[in-house]
Design a protein around this ligand. Structure first.
Ligand SMILES: Cc1cc2nc3c(=O)[nH]c(=O)nc-3n(C[C@H](O)[C@H](O)[C@H](O)COP(=O)(O)OP(=O)(O)OC[C@H]3O[C@@H](n4cnc5c(N)ncnc54)[C@H](O)[C@@H]3O)c2cc1C
Length: 509
Protein backbone atom coordinates (compact mmCIF):
# COMPACT_ATOMS: atom_id res chain seq x y z
CA UNK A 1 0.00 0.00 0.00
CA UNK A 2 1.12 3.54 -0.69
CA UNK A 3 2.72 5.38 2.20
CA UNK A 4 0.11 8.12 1.64
CA UNK A 5 -3.40 6.73 1.99
CA UNK A 6 -6.01 8.75 0.12
CA UNK A 7 -8.07 9.50 3.25
CA UNK A 8 -7.44 9.82 6.94
CA UNK A 9 -10.46 7.67 7.81
CA UNK A 10 -12.74 5.26 5.95
CA UNK A 11 -16.08 4.77 7.68
CA UNK A 12 -18.02 1.67 6.68
CA UNK A 13 -21.75 2.10 7.31
CA UNK A 14 -23.69 5.34 7.59
CA UNK A 15 -26.25 4.69 10.28
CA UNK A 16 -26.34 7.19 13.16
CA UNK A 17 -22.95 6.06 14.46
CA UNK A 18 -21.12 6.31 11.13
CA UNK A 19 -22.81 9.63 10.41
CA UNK A 20 -21.78 11.19 13.74
CA UNK A 21 -18.23 9.90 13.20
CA UNK A 22 -18.18 11.70 9.84
CA UNK A 23 -19.46 14.91 11.47
CA UNK A 24 -16.87 14.86 14.24
CA UNK A 25 -13.93 13.89 12.03
CA UNK A 26 -15.00 16.32 9.32
CA UNK A 27 -15.29 19.14 11.82
CA UNK A 28 -11.78 18.32 13.04
CA UNK A 29 -10.54 18.74 9.47
CA UNK A 30 -9.76 15.09 8.71
CA UNK A 31 -10.42 13.70 5.24
CA UNK A 32 -13.06 11.00 5.38
CA UNK A 33 -14.79 8.58 3.03
CA UNK A 34 -18.07 7.00 4.13
CA UNK A 35 -19.20 3.80 2.41
CA UNK A 36 -22.90 2.97 2.73
CA UNK A 37 -24.55 0.07 0.96
CA UNK A 38 -28.03 1.58 0.84
CA UNK A 39 -29.11 4.50 -1.35
CA UNK A 40 -31.18 6.12 1.42
CA UNK A 41 -31.05 5.82 5.18
CA UNK A 42 -33.32 3.40 7.02
CA UNK A 43 -36.79 5.02 6.90
CA UNK A 44 -38.26 3.62 10.12
CA UNK A 45 -37.46 4.46 13.73
CA UNK A 46 -35.50 2.02 15.88
CA UNK A 47 -33.86 4.11 18.60
CA UNK A 48 -36.20 6.67 20.16
CA UNK A 49 -34.29 7.82 23.27
CA UNK A 50 -30.94 9.40 23.93
CA UNK A 51 -29.39 11.16 26.89
CA UNK A 52 -27.74 14.47 27.76
CA UNK A 53 -24.30 13.28 26.71
CA UNK A 54 -25.50 12.77 23.12
CA UNK A 55 -26.91 16.30 23.08
CA UNK A 56 -23.49 17.54 24.13
CA UNK A 57 -21.87 15.52 21.34
CA UNK A 58 -24.28 17.06 18.83
CA UNK A 59 -23.11 20.42 20.17
CA UNK A 60 -19.49 19.32 19.63
CA UNK A 61 -20.26 18.11 16.12
CA UNK A 62 -21.95 21.39 15.21
CA UNK A 63 -25.32 19.77 14.46
CA UNK A 64 -27.26 20.72 17.59
CA UNK A 65 -29.22 23.46 15.81
CA UNK A 66 -30.34 20.95 13.20
CA UNK A 67 -31.40 18.17 15.59
CA UNK A 68 -32.87 20.15 18.48
CA UNK A 69 -36.14 21.28 16.80
CA UNK A 70 -37.04 17.62 16.20
CA UNK A 71 -36.45 16.45 19.74
CA UNK A 72 -38.40 16.55 22.97
CA UNK A 73 -37.02 16.26 26.47
CA UNK A 74 -38.91 14.06 28.91
CA UNK A 75 -38.78 13.12 32.56
CA UNK A 76 -37.18 9.70 32.91
CA UNK A 77 -38.41 6.18 33.60
CA UNK A 78 -41.08 4.52 35.73
CA UNK A 79 -41.38 0.76 36.30
CA UNK A 80 -44.79 -0.53 37.32
CA UNK A 81 -45.37 -3.88 39.04
CA UNK A 82 -47.88 -6.62 38.40
CA UNK A 83 -50.56 -5.06 40.62
CA UNK A 84 -50.00 -1.62 39.10
CA UNK A 85 -47.82 -0.24 41.84
CA UNK A 86 -44.77 1.90 41.06
CA UNK A 87 -41.75 -0.30 41.82
CA UNK A 88 -38.87 1.83 40.47
CA UNK A 89 -38.81 5.51 39.64
CA UNK A 90 -35.91 7.14 37.82
CA UNK A 91 -37.46 10.55 37.28
CA UNK A 92 -35.62 13.79 36.66
CA UNK A 93 -38.28 16.42 37.44
CA UNK A 94 -36.83 19.12 39.66
CA UNK A 95 -33.31 17.64 39.65
CA UNK A 96 -30.24 19.66 38.74
CA UNK A 97 -29.01 19.39 35.14
CA UNK A 98 -25.25 19.48 35.65
CA UNK A 99 -24.44 18.60 32.05
CA UNK A 100 -26.41 21.44 30.49
CA UNK A 101 -29.17 19.29 29.01
CA UNK A 102 -32.12 17.32 30.35
CA UNK A 103 -31.24 13.71 30.99
CA UNK A 104 -33.74 12.11 28.59
CA UNK A 105 -34.55 13.09 25.00
CA UNK A 106 -36.85 11.48 22.48
CA UNK A 107 -36.51 11.69 18.72
CA UNK A 108 -37.48 10.07 15.44
CA UNK A 109 -34.45 8.16 14.17
CA UNK A 110 -34.93 8.85 10.41
CA UNK A 111 -35.03 12.60 11.16
CA UNK A 112 -31.91 12.38 13.31
CA UNK A 113 -30.04 10.50 10.58
CA UNK A 114 -31.10 13.11 7.99
CA UNK A 115 -29.71 15.87 10.21
CA UNK A 116 -26.44 14.06 10.86
CA UNK A 117 -25.91 13.47 7.15
CA UNK A 118 -26.64 17.12 6.44
CA UNK A 119 -24.06 17.97 9.12
CA UNK A 120 -21.14 16.30 7.38
CA UNK A 121 -22.35 17.19 3.86
CA UNK A 122 -21.09 20.68 4.67
CA UNK A 123 -17.46 19.45 4.57
CA UNK A 124 -15.77 19.19 1.16
CA UNK A 125 -13.23 16.80 2.70
CA UNK A 126 -15.94 14.25 3.67
CA UNK A 127 -17.16 12.08 0.83
CA UNK A 128 -20.26 9.85 1.11
CA UNK A 129 -20.50 6.96 -1.33
CA UNK A 130 -24.01 5.52 -1.45
CA UNK A 131 -24.79 2.10 -2.86
CA UNK A 132 -21.24 1.14 -1.87
CA UNK A 133 -21.21 -2.34 -0.35
CA UNK A 134 -18.20 -3.36 1.69
CA UNK A 135 -16.38 -6.35 0.19
CA UNK A 136 -12.94 -6.76 1.77
CA UNK A 137 -10.38 -5.14 4.03
CA UNK A 138 -6.65 -5.48 4.52
CA UNK A 139 -3.97 -3.38 6.14
CA UNK A 140 -0.26 -2.82 6.53
CA UNK A 141 1.93 -0.40 8.45
CA UNK A 142 0.80 2.54 6.28
CA UNK A 143 -2.95 2.15 6.31
CA UNK A 144 -6.01 0.12 5.36
CA UNK A 145 -7.37 -0.79 1.95
CA UNK A 146 -11.15 -1.21 1.80
CA UNK A 147 -12.74 -2.97 -1.15
CA UNK A 148 -16.34 -2.23 -2.05
CA UNK A 149 -18.82 -2.84 -4.87
CA UNK A 150 -20.72 0.06 -6.38
CA UNK A 151 -22.83 -0.03 -9.54
CA UNK A 152 -21.64 -3.56 -10.22
CA UNK A 153 -18.00 -2.49 -10.22
CA UNK A 154 -15.28 -3.34 -7.71
CA UNK A 155 -13.49 -0.34 -6.15
CA UNK A 156 -10.96 0.26 -3.38
CA UNK A 157 -10.16 3.18 -1.12
CA UNK A 158 -7.18 3.62 1.16
CA UNK A 159 -7.13 5.36 4.52
CA UNK A 160 -4.97 5.60 7.63
CA UNK A 161 -7.73 3.98 9.66
CA UNK A 162 -11.12 2.38 9.15
CA UNK A 163 -14.09 2.52 11.50
CA UNK A 164 -16.65 -0.24 11.01
CA UNK A 165 -20.05 1.26 11.80
CA UNK A 166 -21.83 -1.38 9.76
CA UNK A 167 -24.38 -2.50 12.32
CA UNK A 168 -25.15 -5.65 14.24
CA UNK A 169 -24.43 -8.03 11.36
CA UNK A 170 -21.16 -6.17 10.66
CA UNK A 171 -19.57 -7.71 7.58
CA UNK A 172 -16.31 -6.03 8.62
CA UNK A 173 -16.38 -7.73 12.03
CA UNK A 174 -17.00 -11.04 10.31
CA UNK A 175 -14.23 -10.43 7.77
CA UNK A 176 -11.84 -9.85 10.67
CA UNK A 177 -13.01 -13.03 12.39
CA UNK A 178 -13.97 -11.16 15.57
CA UNK A 179 -16.47 -13.04 17.71
CA UNK A 180 -19.05 -11.76 20.17
CA UNK A 181 -19.26 -12.31 23.90
CA UNK A 182 -22.86 -13.37 24.60
CA UNK A 183 -24.13 -11.82 27.85
CA UNK A 184 -26.85 -14.46 27.94
CA UNK A 185 -29.96 -12.42 27.25
CA UNK A 186 -32.30 -13.05 24.35
CA UNK A 187 -35.98 -12.16 24.49
CA UNK A 188 -38.47 -11.64 21.65
CA UNK A 189 -40.38 -8.34 21.63
CA UNK A 190 -42.90 -6.69 19.34
CA UNK A 191 -42.11 -3.04 18.58
CA UNK A 192 -44.98 -0.79 17.48
CA UNK A 193 -44.64 2.84 16.40
CA UNK A 194 -47.74 4.98 16.10
CA UNK A 195 -48.81 8.56 15.65
CA UNK A 196 -51.34 9.24 18.40
CA UNK A 197 -53.40 12.43 18.49
CA UNK A 198 -54.06 12.55 22.21
CA UNK A 199 -52.87 11.30 25.58
CA UNK A 200 -52.18 7.62 26.22
CA UNK A 201 -54.34 5.89 28.86
CA UNK A 202 -52.76 4.04 31.79
CA UNK A 203 -54.41 2.01 34.53
CA UNK A 204 -54.47 3.65 37.96
CA UNK A 205 -50.90 3.30 39.25
CA UNK A 206 -50.25 3.48 42.99
CA UNK A 207 -47.17 5.15 44.41
CA UNK A 208 -46.41 7.47 41.50
CA UNK A 209 -44.53 10.52 42.83
CA UNK A 210 -46.73 13.64 42.69
CA UNK A 211 -44.40 15.45 40.28
CA UNK A 212 -44.45 12.59 37.74
CA UNK A 213 -46.47 13.03 34.53
CA UNK A 214 -47.09 9.62 32.94
CA UNK A 215 -47.32 11.21 29.48
CA UNK A 216 -43.71 12.41 29.88
CA UNK A 217 -42.22 9.21 31.27
CA UNK A 218 -41.00 6.02 29.68
CA UNK A 219 -43.36 3.63 31.50
CA UNK A 220 -42.42 -0.03 31.84
CA UNK A 221 -45.44 -2.19 32.70
CA UNK A 222 -43.80 -5.22 34.39
CA UNK A 223 -46.99 -7.22 34.17
CA UNK A 224 -46.29 -10.95 33.84
CA UNK A 225 -49.34 -11.25 31.60
CA UNK A 226 -47.58 -9.04 29.02
CA UNK A 227 -44.51 -6.97 29.91
CA UNK A 228 -44.65 -3.77 27.88
CA UNK A 229 -42.94 -0.38 27.58
CA UNK A 230 -44.87 2.74 26.65
CA UNK A 231 -42.57 5.47 25.41
CA UNK A 232 -43.31 9.11 24.61
CA UNK A 233 -41.93 10.41 21.32
CA UNK A 234 -41.42 13.71 19.58
CA UNK A 235 -44.61 15.33 18.26
CA UNK A 236 -47.37 12.74 18.25
CA UNK A 237 -45.02 9.77 17.85
CA UNK A 238 -45.43 7.02 20.45
CA UNK A 239 -43.55 3.74 20.85
CA UNK A 240 -44.80 0.51 22.40
CA UNK A 241 -42.53 -2.44 23.03
CA UNK A 242 -44.46 -5.56 23.99
CA UNK A 243 -42.90 -8.84 25.00
CA UNK A 244 -43.86 -11.91 23.00
CA UNK A 245 -45.06 -14.72 25.25
CA UNK A 246 -43.87 -18.32 24.84
CA UNK A 247 -45.37 -19.90 21.72
CA UNK A 248 -46.49 -16.64 20.12
CA UNK A 249 -45.76 -16.40 16.45
CA UNK A 250 -43.91 -13.32 15.14
CA UNK A 251 -46.00 -12.90 12.00
CA UNK A 252 -49.30 -13.36 13.83
CA UNK A 253 -48.29 -10.78 16.43
CA UNK A 254 -47.45 -8.20 13.76
CA UNK A 255 -50.85 -8.57 12.05
CA UNK A 256 -52.76 -5.24 12.13
CA UNK A 257 -55.77 -6.66 14.03
CA UNK A 258 -53.53 -8.14 16.70
CA UNK A 259 -51.54 -4.91 17.04
CA UNK A 260 -54.78 -2.90 17.34
CA UNK A 261 -55.98 -5.26 20.07
CA UNK A 262 -52.68 -4.89 22.00
CA UNK A 263 -52.78 -1.09 21.81
CA UNK A 264 -56.49 -0.77 22.61
CA UNK A 265 -56.04 -0.41 26.41
CA UNK A 266 -53.65 2.49 25.82
CA UNK A 267 -55.23 4.39 22.94
CA UNK A 268 -58.94 3.57 23.29
CA UNK A 269 -60.79 5.88 20.93
CA UNK A 270 -57.92 8.36 20.55
CA UNK A 271 -57.25 8.82 16.80
CA UNK A 272 -54.01 7.11 15.86
CA UNK A 273 -52.11 5.62 12.94
CA UNK A 274 -49.80 2.64 13.22
CA UNK A 275 -46.51 3.53 11.52
CA UNK A 276 -45.04 0.06 11.73
CA UNK A 277 -44.83 -3.09 13.78
CA UNK A 278 -41.87 -5.44 13.84
CA UNK A 279 -40.48 -8.15 16.09
CA UNK A 280 -36.94 -8.08 17.44
CA UNK A 281 -34.75 -10.34 19.56
CA UNK A 282 -33.26 -8.17 22.28
CA UNK A 283 -29.66 -9.28 22.91
CA UNK A 284 -26.72 -8.49 25.13
CA UNK A 285 -23.57 -8.95 23.00
CA UNK A 286 -20.09 -7.40 23.12
CA UNK A 287 -17.25 -8.00 20.62
CA UNK A 288 -14.20 -9.68 22.12
CA UNK A 289 -11.95 -7.26 20.24
CA UNK A 290 -12.91 -3.75 19.16
CA UNK A 291 -9.68 -3.08 17.31
CA UNK A 292 -7.61 -4.99 14.85
CA UNK A 293 -4.59 -2.88 14.01
CA UNK A 294 -5.92 0.13 12.14
CA UNK A 295 -9.53 -1.07 12.03
CA UNK A 296 -11.98 -0.21 14.83
CA UNK A 297 -15.48 -1.53 15.48
CA UNK A 298 -18.05 1.00 16.71
CA UNK A 299 -21.77 1.03 17.45
CA UNK A 300 -23.83 -2.11 16.92
CA UNK A 301 -20.87 -3.68 15.13
CA UNK A 302 -19.10 -3.74 18.53
CA UNK A 303 -22.01 -4.30 20.94
CA UNK A 304 -25.75 -4.74 21.21
CA UNK A 305 -27.91 -4.15 24.25
CA UNK A 306 -31.51 -4.78 25.22
CA UNK A 307 -33.08 -1.32 24.86
CA UNK A 308 -34.43 -1.05 28.42
CA UNK A 309 -32.51 2.15 29.12
CA UNK A 310 -32.48 3.36 25.49
CA UNK A 311 -28.68 3.26 25.31
CA UNK A 312 -27.74 1.12 22.28
CA UNK A 313 -27.15 3.95 19.85
CA UNK A 314 -25.81 6.16 22.66
CA UNK A 315 -23.02 3.62 23.23
CA UNK A 316 -22.11 3.86 19.56
CA UNK A 317 -22.09 7.65 19.56
CA UNK A 318 -19.76 7.58 22.59
CA UNK A 319 -17.52 5.13 20.71
CA UNK A 320 -16.97 7.42 17.76
CA UNK A 321 -16.57 10.50 19.96
CA UNK A 322 -13.75 8.60 21.69
CA UNK A 323 -12.09 7.63 18.40
CA UNK A 324 -12.61 10.99 16.67
CA UNK A 325 -10.69 13.18 19.10
CA UNK A 326 -7.84 10.66 19.28
CA UNK A 327 -7.56 10.42 15.47
CA UNK A 328 -7.68 14.22 15.23
CA UNK A 329 -4.96 14.53 17.89
CA UNK A 330 -2.71 12.20 15.90
CA UNK A 331 -3.32 13.87 12.52
CA UNK A 332 -3.46 17.49 13.63
CA UNK A 333 -1.31 17.65 16.74
CA UNK A 334 1.25 14.88 16.26
CA UNK A 335 0.01 12.71 19.12
CA UNK A 336 1.39 9.19 19.28
CA UNK A 337 -0.81 6.78 17.29
CA UNK A 338 -0.65 4.42 20.27
CA UNK A 339 -3.35 6.50 22.00
CA UNK A 340 -5.84 4.67 19.78
CA UNK A 341 -4.92 1.47 21.61
CA UNK A 342 -6.78 2.88 24.63
CA UNK A 343 -10.09 2.75 22.73
CA UNK A 344 -11.42 -0.62 23.86
CA UNK A 345 -9.99 -0.24 27.37
CA UNK A 346 -11.92 3.00 27.82
CA UNK A 347 -15.15 2.02 26.12
CA UNK A 348 -15.63 -1.67 26.86
CA UNK A 349 -16.14 -1.28 30.67
CA UNK A 350 -18.66 1.49 30.02
CA UNK A 351 -20.62 -0.58 27.59
CA UNK A 352 -20.52 -3.71 29.73
CA UNK A 353 -21.66 -1.80 32.82
CA UNK A 354 -24.67 -0.32 31.07
CA UNK A 355 -25.53 -3.50 29.16
CA UNK A 356 -25.20 -5.36 32.47
CA UNK A 357 -27.71 -2.98 34.04
CA UNK A 358 -30.04 -3.31 31.05
CA UNK A 359 -29.81 -7.12 31.14
CA UNK A 360 -30.44 -7.18 34.91
CA UNK A 361 -33.42 -4.89 34.41
CA UNK A 362 -34.59 -6.97 31.47
CA UNK A 363 -34.55 -10.10 33.60
CA UNK A 364 -36.98 -8.67 36.14
CA UNK A 365 -39.10 -6.93 33.50
CA UNK A 366 -39.47 -10.17 31.52
CA UNK A 367 -40.59 -12.19 34.56
CA UNK A 368 -43.65 -14.19 33.47
CA UNK A 369 -44.25 -16.20 36.66
CA UNK A 370 -46.93 -14.36 38.71
CA UNK A 371 -45.58 -15.56 42.07
CA UNK A 372 -42.03 -14.50 41.21
CA UNK A 373 -43.33 -11.20 39.84
CA UNK A 374 -45.15 -10.54 43.14
CA UNK A 375 -41.96 -11.32 45.10
CA UNK A 376 -40.00 -9.03 42.76
CA UNK A 377 -42.48 -6.22 43.32
CA UNK A 378 -42.32 -6.54 47.11
CA UNK A 379 -38.52 -6.55 47.04
CA UNK A 380 -38.34 -3.52 44.73
CA UNK A 381 -40.86 -1.51 46.72
CA UNK A 382 -38.81 -2.22 49.86
CA UNK A 383 -35.61 -1.23 48.07
CA UNK A 384 -37.20 2.00 46.80
CA UNK A 385 -38.32 2.83 50.34
CA UNK A 386 -34.78 2.24 51.64
CA UNK A 387 -33.40 4.55 48.93
CA UNK A 388 -36.03 7.26 49.46
CA UNK A 389 -34.49 10.71 49.21
CA UNK A 390 -31.62 9.51 46.99
CA UNK A 391 -32.71 10.17 43.41
CA UNK A 392 -31.82 7.44 40.91
CA UNK A 393 -31.59 8.39 37.26
CA UNK A 394 -30.50 6.45 34.22
CA UNK A 395 -27.53 8.85 33.92
CA UNK A 396 -26.08 7.29 37.09
CA UNK A 397 -25.55 4.00 35.24
CA UNK A 398 -22.54 5.26 33.29
CA UNK A 399 -19.28 4.64 35.20
CA UNK A 400 -16.17 6.85 34.95
CA UNK A 401 -13.32 5.89 32.61
CA UNK A 402 -10.90 4.06 34.87
CA UNK A 403 -7.82 3.81 32.65
CA UNK A 404 -6.62 5.04 29.28
CA UNK A 405 -6.00 8.70 28.50
CA UNK A 406 -6.84 9.74 32.06
CA UNK A 407 -4.75 10.73 35.05
CA UNK A 408 -5.71 7.70 37.08
CA UNK A 409 -5.87 8.36 40.80
CA UNK A 410 -6.56 12.07 40.57
CA UNK A 411 -9.93 13.16 41.95
CA UNK A 412 -12.67 13.14 39.34
CA UNK A 413 -10.55 11.50 36.62
CA UNK A 414 -12.71 9.77 34.02
CA UNK A 415 -15.96 11.45 35.09
CA UNK A 416 -18.07 13.36 32.62
CA UNK A 417 -17.37 17.04 33.21
CA UNK A 418 -20.22 19.38 34.03
CA UNK A 419 -21.55 21.88 31.52
CA UNK A 420 -23.12 24.79 33.40
CA UNK A 421 -25.31 27.27 31.57
CA UNK A 422 -23.83 30.76 31.85
CA UNK A 423 -25.79 33.85 32.84
CA UNK A 424 -25.98 34.94 29.19
CA UNK A 425 -27.66 31.64 28.27
CA UNK A 426 -24.67 30.06 26.56
CA UNK A 427 -23.61 26.59 27.58
CA UNK A 428 -20.06 26.17 28.85
CA UNK A 429 -18.70 24.36 25.75
CA UNK A 430 -20.05 27.07 23.47
CA UNK A 431 -18.43 29.75 25.59
CA UNK A 432 -15.01 28.09 25.98
CA UNK A 433 -14.79 26.34 22.62
CA UNK A 434 -14.24 22.62 22.17
CA UNK A 435 -11.06 20.62 22.56
CA UNK A 436 -8.81 20.29 25.60
CA UNK A 437 -9.77 22.78 28.31
CA UNK A 438 -8.07 23.49 31.58
CA UNK A 439 -10.22 25.15 34.23
CA UNK A 440 -8.42 26.59 37.25
CA UNK A 441 -9.53 28.71 40.16
CA UNK A 442 -6.95 31.27 39.02
CA UNK A 443 -5.53 32.73 35.81
CA UNK A 444 -3.28 30.25 33.98
CA UNK A 445 -1.02 31.19 31.04
CA UNK A 446 -2.10 29.72 27.70
CA UNK A 447 -0.72 26.26 26.90
CA UNK A 448 -0.26 24.81 23.41
CA UNK A 449 -3.23 22.68 22.39
CA UNK A 450 -5.13 23.53 25.59
CA UNK A 451 -7.59 26.35 26.22
CA UNK A 452 -7.04 27.71 29.71
CA UNK A 453 -9.98 29.20 31.58
CA UNK A 454 -9.98 31.13 34.85
CA UNK A 455 -13.05 29.55 36.43
CA UNK A 456 -13.47 32.43 38.87
CA UNK A 457 -14.32 34.66 35.89
CA UNK A 458 -17.04 32.35 34.51
CA UNK A 459 -20.55 33.67 35.01
CA UNK A 460 -21.79 30.19 35.92
CA UNK A 461 -23.03 30.81 39.48
CA UNK A 462 -19.75 29.34 40.69
CA UNK A 463 -20.45 25.86 39.28
CA UNK A 464 -16.92 25.08 38.03
CA UNK A 465 -15.23 26.58 41.10
CA UNK A 466 -17.53 24.49 43.31
CA UNK A 467 -16.72 21.39 41.22
CA UNK A 468 -13.02 22.01 41.87
CA UNK A 469 -13.54 22.69 45.56
CA UNK A 470 -15.56 19.48 45.98
CA UNK A 471 -12.53 17.58 44.70
CA UNK A 472 -10.04 19.73 46.54
CA UNK A 473 -8.37 20.43 43.20
CA UNK A 474 -6.71 23.62 41.97
CA UNK A 475 -7.45 22.75 38.33
CA UNK A 476 -9.13 20.22 36.06
CA UNK A 477 -8.16 19.22 32.52
CA UNK A 478 -11.10 18.17 30.34
CA UNK A 479 -10.76 16.03 27.20
CA UNK A 480 -12.37 16.93 23.87
CA UNK A 481 -15.08 14.31 24.53
CA UNK A 482 -15.89 16.10 27.82
CA UNK A 483 -14.51 13.42 30.15
CA UNK A 484 -12.19 14.61 32.88
CA UNK A 485 -8.56 13.81 32.09
CA UNK A 486 -7.55 14.59 35.64
CA UNK A 487 -7.19 17.15 38.39
CA UNK A 488 -4.09 18.71 39.94
CA UNK A 489 -1.96 21.78 39.53
CA UNK A 490 -2.07 23.40 36.07
CA UNK A 491 1.62 22.67 35.49
CA UNK A 492 1.24 19.02 36.44
CA UNK A 493 -1.83 18.60 34.24
CA UNK A 494 -0.16 20.21 31.23
CA UNK A 495 2.87 17.96 31.65
CA UNK A 496 0.66 14.88 32.07
CA UNK A 497 -1.28 15.82 28.93
CA UNK A 498 1.97 16.01 26.96
CA UNK A 499 3.03 12.62 28.27
CA UNK A 500 -0.34 10.95 27.79
CA UNK A 501 -0.62 12.01 24.16
CA UNK A 502 2.99 11.11 23.51
CA UNK A 503 3.66 14.64 22.32
CA UNK A 504 7.20 15.88 22.00
CA UNK A 505 7.66 18.31 24.89
CA UNK A 506 9.38 20.85 22.66
CA UNK A 507 6.42 20.97 20.23
CA UNK A 508 4.05 22.00 22.99
CA UNK A 509 6.33 24.14 25.11
C1 LIG B 1 -36.53 -1.79 18.93
C2 LIG B 1 -35.27 -1.05 19.19
C3 LIG B 1 -35.28 0.04 20.03
C4 LIG B 1 -34.12 0.76 20.27
N1 LIG B 1 -34.16 1.84 21.08
C5 LIG B 1 -33.05 2.55 21.30
C6 LIG B 1 -33.10 3.75 22.05
O1 LIG B 1 -34.17 4.17 22.48
N2 LIG B 1 -31.94 4.43 22.26
C7 LIG B 1 -30.75 4.00 21.75
O2 LIG B 1 -29.72 4.66 22.00
N3 LIG B 1 -30.68 2.88 21.00
C8 LIG B 1 -31.80 2.15 20.75
N4 LIG B 1 -31.75 1.08 19.94
C9 LIG B 1 -30.47 0.68 19.32
C10 LIG B 1 -30.15 1.52 18.08
O3 LIG B 1 -31.20 1.48 17.16
C11 LIG B 1 -28.88 0.99 17.46
O4 LIG B 1 -27.90 0.84 18.45
C12 LIG B 1 -28.35 1.95 16.39
O5 LIG B 1 -29.27 2.12 15.35
C13 LIG B 1 -27.05 1.38 15.84
O6 LIG B 1 -26.49 2.32 14.98
P1 LIG B 1 -25.28 1.89 14.05
O7 LIG B 1 -25.00 3.10 13.23
O8 LIG B 1 -24.21 1.25 14.85
O9 LIG B 1 -25.87 0.71 13.14
P2 LIG B 1 -27.04 0.76 12.08
O10 LIG B 1 -28.03 1.79 12.40
O11 LIG B 1 -27.51 -0.64 11.93
O12 LIG B 1 -26.32 1.24 10.75
C14 LIG B 1 -25.42 0.38 10.07
C15 LIG B 1 -25.25 0.93 8.66
O13 LIG B 1 -24.27 0.12 7.99
C16 LIG B 1 -24.73 -0.15 6.69
N5 LIG B 1 -24.09 -1.37 6.23
C17 LIG B 1 -24.30 -2.63 6.67
N6 LIG B 1 -23.58 -3.50 5.95
C18 LIG B 1 -22.88 -2.78 5.05
C19 LIG B 1 -21.97 -3.12 4.01
N7 LIG B 1 -21.65 -4.40 3.74
N8 LIG B 1 -21.43 -2.13 3.27
C20 LIG B 1 -21.77 -0.82 3.50
N9 LIG B 1 -22.66 -0.46 4.44
C21 LIG B 1 -23.20 -1.42 5.22
C22 LIG B 1 -26.23 -0.28 6.86
O14 LIG B 1 -26.92 -0.12 5.62
C23 LIG B 1 -26.54 0.83 7.85
O15 LIG B 1 -26.80 2.05 7.21
C24 LIG B 1 -32.91 0.35 19.66
C25 LIG B 1 -32.90 -0.75 18.81
C26 LIG B 1 -34.06 -1.43 18.56
C27 LIG B 1 -34.02 -2.57 17.61
Amino acid sequence: MSTSPAYDVAIIGCGPVGALAACLLGKAGLSVVVLEQELTHYPLPRAVHLDHEMMRLFQTAGVIDRVLPDMIDTDGHLHVGADHQAIRYMGTVGLARPFGWSNDWFFYQPELETHLRAGFAAFAHVSLKLGAEFAAIDQDEHGVRVGFDQDGTAHTVTARWAIACDGSRSPVRKALGITLDDLDFEEPWLVVDAHVDGPVAFPAIAGVPPEADLQRLSVMMCDPRRPATVVPGRGNHRRWELMLLPGEDDAAMMAPDRVAELLKPYVGEVPHTIVRSATYRFHGLVAHRWQQGRVFLAGDAAHQTPPFFGQGMCHGLRDVANLAWKMAAIVQDGANAAILDTYQGERDPHVRAVIGAAVATGRYICELDPAKAAARDAEMVARAAAQAGTPQTAADLVPPISHGVVLTGSAGAGERFIQPVLADGRKLDDATGQGWRLFAAATVPPAAGITTVDATLLDDAGAVVQWLAARNAPAVLVRPDHYVFGTGTPAALIAAHTAALGLMAETVA
